[in-house]
Write a protein that binds this ligand. Structure first.
Ligand code: FES
Length: 108
């Protein structure tokens, strides 16, 4: 694993998300700071047609793609509309005050 510092924990909104562009080659990540203080990272490209997912389109733990409105569970990445197309998750953790990700080793 090649952990990489993405930002400080205070750079993420509480119970919200943020997109980080070009974290690695052709990879943008959408990071959510969730209940309990954990962070969850996904490929920010929608698995349907690649639209950039927007954290402001999250409500009640469900993220909605603004193009064709597929819905994803923030805590698992599951697609509620097409279950065989979940978000691609990446390892993410908080270390001290830093948000760390491993963009080379997708989990799903
Ligand atoms: S590009 Fe996201 S639902 Fe179609």
């Amino acid at each position: 694993m090649a952990w990489k510092r993405l930002c400080g924990i205070f750079d993420l909104p509480v119970r919200g998300g943020r997109v980080f562009m070009d974290v690695a080659d052709d990879l943008d990540l959408i990071i959510f700071r969730v209940e309990g203080g954990n962070v969850i990272a996904y490929d920010a490209a929608c698995p349907h047609a690649g639209a950039l997912l927007r954290p402001e389109n999250e409500m009640g733990g469900v993220l909605v793609c603004y193009i064709h409105h597929w819905r994803f569970k923030v805590d698992t990445g599951e697609c509620l509309d097409v279950p065989q197309c979940p978000l691609i998750r990446y390892p993410a953790q908080i270390k001290g005050f830093d948000v760390m990700v491993d963009p080379d080793n997708p989990l799903t």
